[in-house]
Design a protein around this ligand. Structure first.
Ligand code: HEC
Length: 193
């Protein structure tokens, strides 16, 4: 008897991961964003640490720019309904790419105001007519971040130079441990668009 049902059981087990992938599409933008946000942060941290250990913070400046742009594009290519993946902040280093929309700015200001008393690291969602934006708050939690976003007095002249060349309008310094820095945002097309 069990011999007969064995192949059916096997097919059942083998198709399980496939069903998961299909079910994925029906998950909410928030649920779909969570593993992407994790992957983004993990990749960036890894590449950043490697680049710093090889060339110091000044040498890692360009890597940081390239890696984040690459991961953002990868996600867009893999998911047709993702409009944009990027990091936003009130104090930009790269204003061309990371200036928030009006709605996102209000959200960031609200977070910033409450952060000291009640930091809320949980992701949030902004719904608009055309898209759903999932926002993952980013804080300065590692001393590594301060190497390039802390007090400029502590920066080497090499790092200062590199920042001046690549980011003449840099506002993203002066942060302290625990500060609210911004958010990783994933913008999803609305299903009926
Ligand atoms: C090696 C220097 C370096 C380190 C270390 C570093 N950053 Fe950055 N950070 C940059 C650069 C360069 C950019 C601009 C990237 C671009 O042009 O897309 C940036 C951009 C950002 C942005 C996007 C908003 C903006 O200002 O343009 C956020 C958010 C951010 N960093 C957070 C962090 C956090 C959190 C850490 C610690 C985990 C960290 N950074 C560590 C160099 C660094």
């Amino acid at each position: 008897m069990w011999r007969k049902s064995f192949p059916i059981l096997l097919v059942g087990i083998l198709t399980l991961p496939l069903c998961d992938a299909v079910a994925d599409e029906s998950q909410s933008p928030l649920e779909r964003s969570k593993p992407l946000a994790q992957e983004f942060m993990k990749t960036l941290m890894k590449e950043l640490s490697v680049a710093i250990s090889q060339g110091g913070p000044a040498g890692a400046i360009e890597v940081c720019k390239e890696v984040s742009a690459q991961v953002e594009n990868d996600f867009r290519e893999k998911h047709e309904d993702i409009l944009r993946v990027r990091r936003i902040t009130l104090k930009t280093r790269n204003p061309e790419l990371h200036t928030p929309t009006e709605e996102q700015r209000k959200w960031l200001e609200g977070m910033e105001q409450n952060w000291k008393e009640k930091p809320s690291p949980e992701p949030d969602v902004i719904e608009s007519a055309t898209m759903t934006t999932v926002l993952f708050p980013i804080a300065i939690q590692k001393s590594l971040c301060l190497m390039c976003h802390g007090d400029p007095e502590t920066f080497s002249s090499e790092l200062k130079e590199s920042l001046a060349v690549h980011y003449p309008k840099d506002k993203a310094t002066g942060y302290e441990m625990g500060d609210f820095r911004g958010a990783l945002t994933i913008e999803w097309k609305k299903a009926n668009e």
